[in-house]
Design a protein around this ligand. Structure first.
Ligand code: MG
Length: 369
């Protein structure tokens, strides 16, 4: 094809945003979150993609990937995606490098959709009009009042009928407080709202089974990473012994990772994070692997990076409306989506690509590189 558009320049930027209160789950705590932004320039078009990763991911973009992406045709994303993946042979793909690849991949899809004047969901092809979301936060650092205020915001103000809180505080050493917080959450949200828990791999195997069975009394239906997702056989055994759906996959950076997890029958619902698993290209493939086994997929965090691709797969369960990232995306971007009623409608405004624009003035205060 003559005059095929090519990427003319790749820029990276890093933004660090303090949390609105100390945040912790069962196995990690944090006071700020860093977003690495990738901007592509092609003809008159500026496109963006991002990941939540340390600033070092921006160096990977600049040093390892920009040279591959510059001059590449954004209409042919899989070709550039594969070239990036191969360039990571010696550095190792999983982890930071995959996060950098994901940010670039998302920006390439955003670029293609903008060049064609289409919302990304219509470029990919919609499988559904709306994407169900669940409110996610309930950090172990919250006291009862803060947890209650957050849950009421989702359920009563936004009308989201699904929420998730963190448990396994301090690597599972506060089991009684975990149970008390879940009881309090159920009392806050009422009897009909779906209640999920995420242990972030903080429990031991027998402990996870004990907690899962006990939480059935509170109508908990989703048990995320009861133990570390590194231990697929243990995860599969727990899955067979608790009444909840067991979910994992947020640390999947490569397609074989998801294949191993599914082969081990470790999950009832596969999670994948578009900002880690290879961007839009990788997330579509992970969804297809799950679909082949009759398993749903759920989008992990970074809701505005997932929205369009989530609407493009038939086996979507839902998308995580994660407090920390929702806050950051509302702060840094214009064009964010409204979760009222419990779902978002990507592409509803007709804006091409992801429908996001960097809110340059607001963002500048948080820029660190
Ligand atoms: Mg999780």
């Amino acid at each position: 094809m003559r005059d095929t558009p090519v990427v003319e320049r790749v820029d990276s930027a890093v933004y660090t945003v303090p949390t609105d209160a100390p945040e912790a789950d069962g196995t990690l705590g944090w006071n700020s979150t860093t977003l690495v932004l990738v901007t592509l320039h092609c003809q008159e078009t500026t496109a963006l993609g991002y990941t939540y990763a340390p600033a070092a991911a921006a160096h990977v973009v600049d040093d390892l990937l920009a040279g591959i992406v510059t001059g590449s045709p954004p209409l042919d994303v899989p070709r550039t995606h594969e070239a990036m993946r191969r360039a990571a042979r010696n550095t190792g793909l999983p982890g930071l490098v995959a996060q950098a690849v994901a940010a670039v991949d998302i920006a390439l899809w955003d670029c293609k959709a903008r060049l064609l004047g289409l919302p990304l969901v219509h470029l990919l092809g919609a499988a559904r009009e709306t994407v169900p979301v669940y409110g996610s936060g309930g950090f172990t650092t919250y006291d009862d009042r803060r947890q209650e205020r957050q849950l009421r915001g989702w359920v009563e103000r936004d009308g989201i009928p699904r929420v998730k809180i963190k448990i396994a505080e301090s690597w599972g050493r506060c089991e009684e407080r975990d149970r008390q917080r879940v009881r309090h959450a159920r009392a806050t949200i009422g009897g009909t709202c779906e209640l999920y828990v995420d242990a972030n791999g903080g429990y031991g195997a027998k402990q996870a089974v004990r907690v899962g069975r006990a939480l059935a009394d509170e109508g908990v239906t989703w048990f995320e990473e009861p133990v570390s997702a590194d231990h697929l056989t243990t995860l599969a055994e727990i899955r067979g012994q608790v009444p909840q759906d067991v979910a994992a996959g947020e640390y999947g950076y490569t397609l074989p990772y998801f294949e191993h997890m599914l082969t081990a029958r470790a999950v009832d619902c596969l999670q994948a994070d578009v900002t880690r698993c290879g961007g839009i290209t990788g997330w579509l493939r992970a969804a297809a692997l799950a679909h082949a086994r009759g398993i749903d997929i759920s989008g992990h965090c970074a809701p505005h990076a997932h929205a369009h691709v989530a609407a493009a797969v038939p086996n979507l369960r839902h998308l995580e409306w994660f407090h920390d990232h929702v806050r950051i995306e509302r702060l840094l971007f214009d064009g964010v989506l409204d979760p009222s009623g419990g779902s978002i409608t990507p592409g509803g405004a007709g804006t091409p690509g992801l429908g996001l624009a960097l809110a340059t003035e607001r963002a500048e205060a948080y820029r660190v590189a």
